[in-house]
Design a protein around this ligand. Structure first.
Ligand code: GTP
Length: 489
């Protein structure tokens, strides 16, 4: 049975991306901005009572419902060290979020882009956060896991996010922990971003089960193309992230018989706990997902079969990370295709993808495709629109493409760390009282991740988990995620 998922949005980026994510989910589940079901009908025998007409979407994983299923509240916790992003979300969605699930620092005005400040704030308030999480878990029946949305470069999303990653994986070791992590653009906007990024990458490597990576280079390039407007901003990039998040969770919210839970989706993708960094692609961004629908009409027309869309997903220009790895090695691929698709097109596309991409020698070349369902509420909204037969695709890949992002993070870190530049802002942090060991250890962890990805391109990568006598793989669950998936729940 599909379990409930708690979303934690941390810092400015986390809360702004979260705003778009919930906006997308509200649209897909027929909810208005206060969480009221647009399908609710007034009961004729009692004018004050409303009832909900039957739904065949599945709201429980992401929403709590009131007694007569007319009002839905996100299973979300919003955390920030300054109020503006959370106020913006609350103003946009009056009464939608549970007020108990909001935490804004009283004493500070942000972490000033310093990981150490965010991290210490996280550890100081750890009990409060875990209490909020426990209370939220109390309203679940089959709690499955967490998704964290944050940036790795600001002080709160990275530092407080890191401390929460550690606290959550220690407190709930059997629950699935995924992250949607936004990396900075090529040019750091703030000088200490490389430090923040490496310190956070260590926690993603050590504490998450799956980390879905976005980078602002790729996002800003894409928004320029998608919106055909040079003046795009974070509101636009965040729509692209929300489209991806919505598609990843489509099979959980509109369930069929496969990929109905986070572990079932990610276990197809994460072949070893050390290869949990995933790169997303999406195409085309149609009006189901982004504003300014007219702009996308043409794009949509060109990609109107599942075959076209699935192959287009391999084009680096549709990736939400910028990667310069030529001919990357793939370990696993998971696609969601949404819309009115012809299954023969999918079969043909899978054959082509298998020929086109370079799988690691030990990896099976299975291309996982979830045929998702387009929300009936989105279709209904557009009955008068010519664009009713949209097909959208999302790909999550476990591949060496991610090395570009990791390399870039290491290079920018090495450059400033070699000069011991800008370390002063970290000196007051509890982890830095005795010097720079934390930086050195974190950089080492990230190097190990890079080395692991490189090793995974080799033929003998899985040799140690082969049982020599039987020529079989060892316990499958030992190789998937950090936890035994059968133990979940
Ligand atoms: P402090 O401001 O130090 O308290 O930390 P914070 O975590 O709130 O900072 P923020 O989330 O603003 O992180 C800064 C990084 O995130 C920079 O790389 C920004 O480019 C990026 N960023 C901030 N907001 C957004 C957003 O809404 N979308 C995207 N894609 N990136 C964002």
């Amino acid at each position: 049975m599909t379990g409930e998922i708690i979303t934690l949005q941390i810092g400015q980026c986390g809360n702004h991306v979260g705003k778009q994510f919930w906006s997308q989910l509200a649209d897909e589940h027929g909810l208005n901005r206060s969480g009221e079901s647009t399908q609710a009908t007034t009961n004729t025998t009692d004018n004050n009572a409303k009832t909900n007409i039957a739904r065949d979407d599945f709201t429980t994983p992401f929403f709590k419902e009131n007694n007569n299923s007319t009002r839905y509240t996100p299973r979300a916790i919003m955390i920030d060290m300054e109020p503006s992003a959370i106020f913006d979300v609350q103003n946009h969605f009056p009464g939608f979020f549970d007020d108990r699930n909001t935490w804004i620092s009283q004493g500070e005005l942000g972490a000033g882009n310093t990981w150490a400040k965010g991290y210490d704030c996280g550890t100081t308030n750890e009990d409060t956060f875990l209490n909020m999480i426990d209370k939220e878990i109390d309203s679940t029946e089959n709690f499955e896991g967490f998704q964290i949305i944050h940036s790795v470069a600001g002080g709160t999303g990275s530092g407080l996010g890191s401390s929460l990653l550690e606290a959550i994986s220690e407190r709930y070791p059997k629950k699935f922990l995924s992250t949607y992590s936004v990396f900075p653009g090529k040019e750091s906007e703030v000088v200490v971003q490389p430090y923040n990024t490496i310190l956070t990458l260590r926690r993603l490597a050590e504490n998450s089960d799956a980390a879905i990576i976005f980078d602002n280079n790729a996002l800003l390039d894409l928004t320029g193309k998608v919106f055909r407007d040079p003046k795009t901003d974070y509101d636009h990039t965040n729509q692209l992230i929300a489209a991806t998040m919505s598609s990843i969770t489509n099979s959980i919210r509109f369930p069929s018989y496969m990929y109905c839970s986070m572990p079932s989706i990610f276990s197809t993708l994460v072949p070893s706990p050390d290869l949990q960094f995933l790169s997303p692609s999406f195409t085309p961004f149609t009006s189901d997902y982004v504003t300014q629908t007219q702009t996308h009409h043409n794009t949509y027309k060109r990609n109107n079969t599942a075959y076209d869309v699935l192959l287009d997903l391999l084009d680096p220009s549709n990736s939400l990370i910028s990667s310069h790895v030529n001919n990357p090695t793939y370990f696993n691929v998971f696609n969601t295709i949404i819309g009115n698709v012809d299954r023969n097109d999918i079969t043909r596309a899978i054959g082509k993808i298998q020929q086109r991409i370079n799988f690691a020698p030990w990896a099976s070349n299975i291309v996982h495709v979830n045929v998702g369902r387009r929300s009936p509420y989105l279709i209904e909204k557009k009955t008068n629109n010519t664009c009713t037969n949209e097909i959208n695709g999302m790909m999550l890949a476990s591949s060496t493409q991610i090395l570009s992002v990791l390399d870039r993070a290491c290079k920018t870190f090495d450059k400033i760390f070699a000069k011991k530049a800008f370390l002063k802002t970290f000196e007051d942090g509890n982890l830095f009282k005795n010097g720079q060991d934390e930086f050195i250890a974190s950089r080492e962890v990230v190097q190990n991740v890079i080395d692991e990805y490189l090793a995974a391109t080799g033929e003998d990568y899985l040799d140690e988990v082969l049982i020599p006598d039987e020529n079989m793989f060892g316990d499958y669950n030992d190789t998937v995620g950090h936890k035994n998936i059968d133990d979940e729940g």
